[in-house]
Design a protein around this ligand. Structure first.
Ligand code: GRF
Length: 224
């Protein structure tokens, strides 16, 4: 049985697209039941509609407080029948009630090598610090921001003339490979949380070819 997902977006939705594409290619045993956004103009909603995926908008400003927004979001996810939640550029913190309801079944992607540079504008933070290596992290979501157990990380070089945009583009290209891979592992039931670690059950799958200078661990499997 394929895993029913809810994907939460606030913006472009390029990670959502990467996940849709790998589902359609038969690489992820999951189906997206709903794409939810706190922003009516999120391009991710357009991407979802193009693939026949139901969408819903919950404008944050229309709720009296965070708790009411969180309850509405949780209700929408539950109504969709989703059993896991994928945050793909969703720019709001989830409340405790939401996290408790989907504990260990919420993934997020962050454009830095956590625990470095959590929070907003991670690429800019990394450039400002002068790092030589940065990357992306897929992690389980817990009550703290950008904090839960790490599923997969990809590291890329930060070049001398990089700005946040050029570094961000290099990172994003790898996000589009590691996020679908992490979702595939989740959907296949191969991830187990063990304290701060995520353990990946081996499958013997052939590994992917990597042609740019980067490090991805655990290694990507063929098709990602
Ligand atoms: C990505 O950089 C992701 O790491 C961060 O938000 C951005 C979302 O991009 N959480 P997109 O909407 O998937 O294109």
């Amino acid at each position: 049985m394929s895993l029913p997902l809810a994907v939460l977006v606030s913006g472009s939705g390029s990670n959502l697209q990467a996940i849709i594409d790998r589902i359609e290619a038969g690489r992820i045993d999951a189906r997206i039941k709903v794409v939810l956004s706190d922003k009516a103009d999120a391009h991710g909603l357009v991407r979802a509609a193009k693939h026949g995926i139901p969408t819903r908008v919950l404008p944050f400003g229309e709720y009296p407080d965070r708790a009411a927004f969180d309850a509405a979001l949780l209700a929408a996810v539950r109504e969709s029948g989703a059993r896991a939640v994928i945050l793909a550029g969703f720019m709001r913190l989830l409340g405790k009630g939401f996290i408790a309801a989907y504990r260990d079944r919420i993934l997020n992607i962050h454009p830095a090598l956590l625990p470095s540079f959590p929070g907003l504008r991670a690429q800019e933070q990394a450039i400002g610090y002068g790092v030589a290596v940065s990357g992306a992290t897929v992690h389980f979501v817990d009550e703290k921001m950008d904090n839960g157990p790490i599923v997969i990380q990809a590291a890329v070089p930060a070049l001398p003339d990089d700005d946040a945009k050029s570094l961000g583009a290099r990172i994003l290209a790898l996000e589009h490979r590691i996020y679908p891979q992490a979702v595939a592992w989740l959907a296949a039931g191969r991830l187990a949380i063990d304290g701060r670690k995520t353990r990946l059950a081996p499958s013997g799958a052939p590994l992917a070819h990597m042609d740019s200078p980067c490090l991805v661990n655990p290694p990507l499997e063929e098709g990602f």
